[in-house]
Design a protein around this ligand. Sequence first.
Ligand SMILES: [Zn+2]
Length: 273
Amino acid sequence: MSAQSYPLARSGRQVERISVAKASKASRIRSLLRHAPDSLVIAKLSCCSSASPCHSEACPVCTRRFRMEILRSARDLSFGSHEWVRVSVIPQNMRFAAGELSNLRLIATLKAIRRRTQRAGLGNRLLIGGLDLSWNTVENSDGHWQAHYYALISGIADANLANSVKLIFKPCSEVLRPIHTQRVQQPLPGACLTYLYKAEFYARSSYPETRLRVDGTPRQNVRPNRLPADRRTELIEWLGTNEIGSRLLLHGLRRNRSWSGQLSLWPSPSSVA
Ligand SMILES: [Zn+2]
């Protein structure tokens, strides 16, 4: 079956405009100049160009290119021909206090997840996912960084998949609903793919509502906001310690990077997908 037979569904904008990415890069440089003028990330972002990309996680322009490469690979691999389940997880031990985001060792963390993924019985299912971060507050207090995983897994949402997700992502037992799964409409919307590798990060302010859910549990009102200036600086510096693509998680797929830095995804040799 050709890739043309199974295009990704378009539902809204899949990737931000280049003008938006460039404006975000300029804004991050301004933030660092103001709040962390000695940061090495300033030079990295300032020197980034289409002829010589910086390949930094802190760079919105390089992140945009990476997101577009994920979309292109998904089209080439006929992702639209698969059924997919969308999974979001709040993992345990992935909460960090202000100023301690540097304790999130991305390479070691995702390496451990890859090891668990190999043992989790996903079989021939494909998995493509990413790590996201938010600065969370509850009623304007208890501010902390929280890492989340967001992934697409091919196939149907059955008990085997639920068990595999628990084994891979080790959901946090202290929050009400650490795992959320949802069947994705077919064909797969491209926006679902770019959502798993976020370009921007936000603060999440939670307020408990007096209304209860149908099951009697408390209802939370969650609003996305801009990151406070000091937390934004901390995040940009942390992102700047990682190469673009470091937040990506794959199973049944492998990545290849050309000499020019262009990413492509390929089925793993063991995968029949
Ligand atoms: Zn760049």
